[in-house]
Ligand binder design. Structure first.
Ligand code: SF4
Length: 412
């Protein structure tokens, strides 16, 4: 990666400390593609066309492949395709086999091991699908799957059963049927476009789809879930932003897991979306040896705020088949959350959730801050471990005793 030499360098935090180093913005650079013309490099279609998709390319561009990676790469295209944009590939550190980008992108032989509790559809989406490509799991909102393609493929993907079509899922969304279902269900006020990645559609196709959804009177709110700003910031063109801003209220949830993913290119792409008035949130997945470290996570979340993105969810990694080597424990996630709440800006703290296995939906999980609760009082602990009492009372009635800090909890 190349350090950012733009005028924005003056906005960089002062040097010193792991947190500050992780929060610096760098360009991904050009790496093996140094002789490609600037305009070509910045053409998102060129980036897609020149993705690393074969073992032979991988061996050429990453000669430090481990035996586990090589064996995994040879089998990958039977399960979830290998695909990495040249831009994103440049973020891989060839000297570090535990590089956080490498762990997310390069297949490993461990993917072929499936534990008894792992599933191909861990969130039970297929059983909540009234028409192909639509998931209606919560009462007032639907997930609208637009495509099975992504700019690059994450080895822990929850939808790896269908994404990239490597395992023969034969995904065929039917926009007419999906839209007809939404139009016939007035309780649906919120539509989340996802996939695969909706921003891989051409501007024209996406505009047509958004227009049809906006024409449904009871659809109040549109959302797009995308990893494109991170994998392919070149796709966030001024034309795309101008088109999207016609459809407010429109929110975008990006997906970034490690501060290294937030380059100068990504920061600028996100700035273009924010300037188009699009509220931005981020979803991270807690991943072993990627971001399961409180300092790394804190730097990531703070850096997202600097990119004008609100950290939204931190997901416990779903029980996707062959992902055990990438899953961090729930205990680890709770330890990290404990070191965030109160220790940094509240806007930087995401909601940590487990998507209940089999289709129960998102369940927020938190360190225990409520120590005891009864009809008379609530005992709470703050981020420093200090314990406080808050009087409980019937709604609207005066409290009995003033709240106070207490030295020891009296659990009753
Ligand atoms: S971008 Fe999203 S849908 Fe695509 S492979 Fe990654 S996690 Fe899966």
């Amino acid at each position: 990666m190349q350090a950012d030499n733009s005028s924005k360098d003056s906005e960089e935090p002062p040097a010193g400390g792991q947190n500050q180093a992780l929060k610096r913005f760098y360009s991904a650079g050009r790496g093996f593609w140094g002789d490609v013309a600037e305009a070509t490099w910045n053409d998102w279609r060129w980036q897609l066309k020149h993705r690393i998709t074969t073992v032979e390319q991988l061996e050429r561009f990453l000669p430090t492949l481990t035996p586990e990676e090589l064996a995994g790469a040879k089998l990958a295209n039977h399960k979830l395709a290998l695909g990495i944009t040249p831009y994103f590939f440049n973020l891989i550190d060839p000297a570090d086999e535990n590089c956080p980008i490498r762990r997310q992108m390069i297949p490993r032989i461990e993917e072929t091991t499936t534990a008894a509790w792992e599933m191909s559809d861990p969130c039970g989406e297929d059983s909540h699908s009234p028409v192909p490509g639509l998931v209606h799991r919560y009462p007032d909102r639907v997930l609208f799957l637009v495509t099975d393609r992504c700019a690059s493929y994450c080895r822990y993907c929850t939808r790896s059963r269908l994404v990239s079509n490597a395992s023969g899922y034969d995904f065929h969304p039917e926009f007419d049927k999906q839209i007809a279902y939404i139009a016939a269900h007035p309780e649906i006020r919120d539509v989340l476009l996802s996939g695969g990645d909706p921003l891989l559609l051409s501007d024209e196709k996406l505009e047509n789809l958004l227009s049809r959804l906006r024409a449904i009177p009871h659809v109040e709110f549109l959302r797009i879930g995308t990893r494109i700003p991170v994998f392919l910031p070149q796709r966030i063109t001024p034309e795309l932003c101008a088109m999207l801003k016609q459809f407010h209220p429109l929110f975008i949830s990006i997906h970034a897991n490690h501060p290294r993913e937030l380059t100068t290119e990504v920061r600028d792409a996100l700035g273009r979306l924010a300037d188009a008035g699009i509220p931005l949130g981020n979803q991270s997945v807690l991943l072993r040896h990627v971001n399961d470290d409180a300092e790394v996570m804190k730097a990531h979340l703070q850096k997202l705020l600097r990119c004008r993105v609100k950290p939204y969810y931190l997901y416990q990694c779903d029980l996707i088949a062959g992902s055990a080597h990438l899953r961090a424990s729930v205990s680890r996630g709770l330890e990290i959350m404990e070191q965030l709440r109160g220790h940094t800006t509240g806007y930087a703290v995401p909601t940590y959730v487990i998507d209940a296995p089999g289709g129960g939906g998102k369940v927020p999980i938190n360190p225990e801050y409520v120590l005891c609760r009864n009809a008379g009082r609530v005992l709470i602990r703050n981020y420093e471990g200090k314990i406080f009492e808050y009087p409980e009372s019937a709604d609207g009635q005066p409290c009995g005793q003033p709240p106070k800090e207490i030295a020891e909890p009296e659990l009753v």
